[in-house]
Design a binder for this molecule. Structure first.
Ligand SMILES: [Mg+2]
Length: 383
């Protein structure tokens, strides 16, 4: 079997209600759907979160020419071939060895995103060829995996503690763990939001804080002390974007609340150093943002050996397979509290993993990642 073509589908959908995290404004969802066709009629689908979509689509076109004719089941070779384009190589100057010249360093996030989308589609093909869901290919047996709901995004004009009602609603839908966006307001106001959520969800629901990198080490130690009384399960992305494992180690030494990190990392080498530092207890690498399922597997394997729990960021319909495959070494997958909260996923995917009222993500026996694409909706949402 050979790879025939990679096709990029850039999609966008406006949110009903614009919102913020501590760092970013969201008024529309974006996703690049990656379709890989083979010479034997099997097609795989992957997806990429991030942008700019034009650059990612241009890279996918370049990569399509590079991997055309390769075996789609040889995911590691495809991954290493594409990744090799990010560094100089003997004879590679000017692309004179037949591969594209080393790619521009200022495109690296988008390059790693494009590699990720292709890689996920290859795993979908692998499952379809084997007639097995991806989690079973990896030795997973769990058809129900733990999942939690994220919410409490900032909405202009909304009451400050509206987040409490929202997260309590997710609990009534069956979730046994909820995560609040925090980090945008003053410490006193954030403590008020967190107190309101804990009061609304009761003492037995796991409660995580998703901070989106608002603090330096000293500021975050103060924050952690202030929120400790509310039985916080983890602090996610607590420190500014440029801070490194040594900074997380300082923070971890000063708080009893476990730290979670990884969604912003582009590849496994930086994640390795966060894991090896001993500072983080949960690793949140996102295969749909960067580097794909193959890199997520490498990271998960390393995390398992080091006793760090696997808790992938977003895209539960894909990452749920990783969570299943790693059994007790994985914590769970992240879901949006309401399916329509991700208007693209909600529109274009049918079947696949689904959160049910028992608070678990249910995987199916359908091959690959198990979802079908509604191509009519792909056409409607084309960016
Ligand atoms: Mg996060």
């Amino acid at each position: 079997m050979k790879i025939a073509k990679v096709i990029a589908h850039p999609l966008a959908a406006d949110y009903d209600q614009p919102s913020w995290t501590a760092h970013e404004y969201f008024d529309r969802a974006q996703l690049v759907l990656v379709e890989i066709r083979t010479d034997q009629g099997v097609t795989g689908v992957g997806e990429i979160a991030g942008g700019p979509q034009k650059l990612i689509c241009d890279l996918l076109k370049t990569f399509s020419d590079v991997i055309k004719g390769m075996d789609p089941l040889d995911h590691d070779r495809v991954w290493r071939t594409l990744f090799s384009l990010t560094s100089p190589r003997p004879g590679g100057l000017g692309g004179w060895d037949g591969l594209p010249a080393p790619l521009p360093r200022n495109h690296r996030p988008q390059i790693m995103a494009a590699i990720g989308g292709i890689d996920i589609a290859l795993w979908d093909i692998k499952g379809k060829v084997a007639g097995q869901p991806v989690f079973r290919l990896l030795g997973g047996t769990r058809t129900k995996v733990f999942t939690y709901a994220v919410g409490g995004f900032y909405v202009e004009g909304a009451p400050m503690t509206a987040c409490a009602d929202e997260l309590a609603e997710y609990v009534t839908r069956g979730y046994r763990a909820v995560k609040l966006k925090t980090g945008a307001l003053s410490l006193a106001n954030e403590v008020a939001r967190i107190r309101a959520v804990r009061a609304a969800i009761g003492p037995d629901v796991l409660f995580m804080l998703d901070m989106n990198a608002p603090y330096n080490v000293a500021g975050c130690i103060e924050f952690a002390k202030a929120v400790t009384p509310y039985d916080i399960f983890w602090l996610e992305e607590p420190l500014h974007w440029y801070l490194q494992p040594v900074d997380f180690t300082q923070l971890a030494a000063a708080t009893s609340i476990p730290l979670a990190h990884g969604e912003r990392e582009w590849h496994g080498t930086t994640v390795r150093d966060f894991i090896d530092s001993g500072a983080i207890r949960y690793v949140q690498f996102d295969a749909t943002r960067h580097a794909g399922f193959t890199e997520a597997l490498r990271i998960a394997d390393h995390a398992k050996r080091k006793g760090v729990s696997i808790a992938p960021h977003t895209a539960a319909h894909i990452h749920g397979h990783l969570v299943s495959a790693f059994g007790d070494a994985a914590f769970g997958a992240e879901s949006v509290g309401l399916p329509e909260r991700h208007p693209i996923h909600h529109a274009i995917y049918q079947g696949g993993a689904e959160m049910k009222a028992d608070g678990m993500l249910h995987l199916t026996e359908a091959p690959g990642f198990g979802f079908d694409v509604d191509w009519k909706w792909v056409g409607k949402l084309r960016a």
